[in-house]
Design a protein around this ligand. Structure first.
Ligand code: UDP
Ligand code: MG
Length: 332
């Protein structure tokens, strides 16, 4: 079981805050000044003690330098510097592990998750919902390709898994302390955080919001990273590809066997059969392709098991700023 990186902080400046904001940062130097401004204004509108936890996910621009300065000057800010780029899903996990609030809000740092929406999330939480997610009703400025691929992917995922993973929902959400404690007992390496919260159950609610385009800096989710996330989502939330590999493989083997039997039959009983080179090549290459595909599917799951059995920590912390506790390099 993974304990939190920082045991809940209960003394001094960090006296249990009501709200924790978790913001993953990967090369967001350009957006940071604007972000800090908006976060400060949000904090002033929230009705309880608030901490903001910035998680630097191995940025190699000036983000860390800037954040260290800001965090040192503002007692409600904290900074977790990961030792390298671990990826968005792990970065938000690190932030949630360290959060001390009764409600923890995860949001992107690029202002595509408008800080003001947090007030709506909080209002729903107060109505008694343990998990409140922000649903994108309009995705401005995103290419048709990103919208279409996201839509198809979520429809596909819905078919593949019994877990309820809401559509048009990213990682912008509020999580109550109870759900957060459950999350911290989920040590899986293959992390698709929105799916993990879906799996958990509890009373969940959605708050609609219009997602503005990214105005500063560039997306840190290029096509291949999106594909990677999609594959991890399927592998960690569905066993259907394995069933498909099994049944698809069996069906094709049966067909191949029938064809083989026919070939033998023809060889024995029909005269003048010229071996059909084309059909042989087509069949052999088709079967090889299917075989490779099936092996690949199984390989994905084996790879996932491999990552789990190594039992490595999910992330490594290089340095903490703004926390009471001394630095511990890894989550255990
Ligand atoms: N991010 C991160 N690590 C990564 C990639 C992204 O911490 O490896 C952060 C990034 O700084 C941002 C959030 O995750 O705060 C979402 O990334 P982005 O806005 O690039 O994704 P998009 O909105 O384009 O899907
Ligand atoms: Mg973004």
């Amino acid at each position: 079981m993974r304990a939190s990186v920082i045991q809940s902080v209960e003394t001094g400046v960090n006296a249990s805050p009501r709200y924790s904001l978790v913001l993953p940062i990967y090369n967001e130097e350009q957006v940071l000044p604007r972000l800090i401004e908006r976060i400060m204004s949000l904090i002033s509108r929230l009705d309880g003690e608030t901490e903001a936890i910035f998680v630097d996910d191995g940025s190699h621009d000036g983000s860390v330098k800037y954040l260290r300065r800001v965090v040192t000057a503002e007692p409600r800010f904290r900074l977790i510097e990961l030792s390298r780029n671990f990826g968005h899903q792990i970065a938000i996990t690190a932030g949630m592990d360290a959060a001390a609030g009764d409600a923890v809000i995860v949001m992107d740092a690029d202002l595509q998750d408008p800080p003001e929406v947090v007030l709506d999330l909080v209002a729903k939480w107060k109505e008694g919902f343990e998990i409140v997610y922000a649903r994108r009703v309009k995705r401005e400025g995103e290419s048709w390709f990103k919208r279409l691929s996201a839509d198809l992917f979520y429809r596909f995922l819905e078919k593949m898994t019994p877990v309820n993973i809401p559509r048009n929902v990213g990682d912008f959400r509020l999580v109550g302390r109870h759900a957060l404690d459950v999350f911290r007992h989920m040590p899986e390496h293959d992390r698709f955080v929105r799916g993990m919260f879906g799996w958990m159950g509890f009373k969940q609610a959605a708050v609609p919001f219009e997602r503005p385009p990214r105005t500063i800096g560039q997306t840190k989710y290029p096509f291949w990273k999106m594909m990677h996330l999609a594959v991890h989502a399927v592998v960690s939330f569905s066993e259907k590809p394995l069933h498909f590999a099994l049944w698809g493989g069996s069906a094709i083997s049966a067909l191949a066997l029938t064809f083989g039997a026919y070939a033998v039959f023809a060889w024995i009983f029909e005269t003048g059969v010229i071996a059909g080179w084309t059909s042989t090549v087509v069949i052999v290459s088709f079967l090889c392709g299917i075989n490779l595909f099936m092996t690949g599917v199984v390989g994905l799951y084996v790879g996932s098991i491999h990552a789990e059995v190594k039992r490595r920590p999910l992330y490594v912390i290089n340095r903490l700023t703004g926390f009471d506790e001394p630095v511990r390099a890894i989550a255990d």
